[in-house]
Write a protein that binds this ligand. Sequence first.
Ligand code: ZN
Length: 251
Amino acid sequence: MRLLIISDIHSNLEALEACLDAAPAYDLMVNLGDVVGYGASPNQTIARVRQLGRVHVRGNHDKACSGVTTVDGFNPIAAWAARWTYAALTPENRDWLRALPAGPLAVPGLTHVQFVHGSPLDEDDYLIGLTDALQALLGIPAPVTFFGHSHVQGGFSLHRERGSEIHPPIELGNGAGHGELRLQPRGHYLINPGSVGQPRDGDWRPGFALYDSGARTVHFHRVPYDVERAMKRIHEAALPERLATRLLLGR
Ligand code: ZN
């Protein structure tokens, strides 16, 4: 089975469309959460994501922007964007976000893989360093977990009792980039497809991944998009300027 895995779209419709245009053929789409928050196109983004499939994990912004949780713990800019999003959402889309399930989720027919937003141990935890990741890798039975939340493409592996960080071999640039990871038979993996709508790994290009369960490969992708248009929408919505400028930096 070939899975298109996307995460952290954050209401960036232009980035989402660029990823979908560039995505190779796939059987099923899995969304790891944070469809909304930060960007200026929440309703259009939800409409597009809903067309793509039924496997969606909720993210912390999905919860805060629909009233499942408050914005306590959000920084002032994130809280501003969450309040703006809540007001901008149609009642139907707000209800859709509210009903999203917490991870880990599984997909029928793929018993060795699970999908979460933050960490397999807690949906809101960040997996940033190898130490945190190893705790999660040792604490879960599923050999492969796809996660988002950190907006950093790559992840972590545990193989032959050795923990490692995964950095996709993709060079910085303004064109499309692609890198492959082959999963070892007895390895355990935490894999982040990257953020579609607000990358924070120093690369401004939206990221996504394609997982082929038969070939046991993960293909990481970066694609250019119309970032000026996404920034213009943020300006027009009078959202904080930083939410526009950070898109150029990938930070
Ligand atoms: Zn996010």
